[in-house]
Design a protein. Structure first.
Length: 45
């Protein structure tokens, strides 16, 4: 499956870090996602 490795250009190592960043940045988020051997960016609102 997909693994979120960063949010808004900040690396995340675990779910707690991800939640902390998401809680602080309401609105648009840029996710850096590892999908198999590829890395993709996904912008969500």
């Amino acid at each position: 499956g997909d693994i979120i490795i960063g949010v808004n250009r900040q690396r995340v190592k675990n779910l707690a870090e991800l939640r902390s960043i998401v809680d602080k940045h309401k609105g648009v988020l840029a996710l850096n996602i590892q999908r198999g051997e590829r890395t993709i960016y996904l912008v969500i609102r």
